[in-house]
Design a protein around this ligand. Structure first.
Ligand SMILES: [Zn+2]
Length: 137
């Protein structure tokens, strides 16, 4: 009997990963691609980055995309280099939930494998979180 196991998206790094034999006993429950991701999960800073990305995309009415380097520059921290991976992880998680799509050089890429800076685009119609805020003026 041949069973078909669709690949999954890691809840921490947002990469897709395929079924492997070692996971056969609990494939249904597996959420993370690796021990490291299972340990890391989604940290406070990871959540902050996700929100920042969505916020920036909301703000950009005319240009509906931002790059990972732009995001790094806006998050206040001493070295934006250290945020590069966390930002990509956040972008991939958002992509797996259909909040954004990810491109490089104008083409959609497999964000699980893409190296270097990514361009992040808002998907149309689905802005994700309920961001309605009272506008106090
Ligand atoms: Zn992972």
């Amino acid at each position: 009997m041949k069973r078909n196991f669709p690949s999954k998206t890691c809840h921490s790094c947002g990469r897709t990963f395929a079924y492997r034999k070692s996971l056969k006993n609990n494939w249904e429950e597996v959420k993370y691609c690796s021990k490291a991701c299972r340990k890391r999960k989604v940290s406070e800073i990871d959540k902050r980055i996700e929100e920042k990305i969505l916020e920036m995309l909301e703000d950009q009415l005319h240009h509906s995309s931002i790059s990972t380097s732009e995001i790094a520059k806006t998050i206040d921290t001493k070295s934006d280099r250290s945020l590069f991976e966390p930002i990509k992880r956040a972008a991939r998680r958002l992509e797996s939930n259909n909040f954004v799509i990810i491109t490089q050089d104008g083409k959609r890429v497999d964000s699980s494998k893409a190296k270097g800076h990514l361009q992040i685009w808002k998907t149309h119609g689905n802005t994700g979180l309920d961001r309605s805020r009272p506008t106090n003026k």
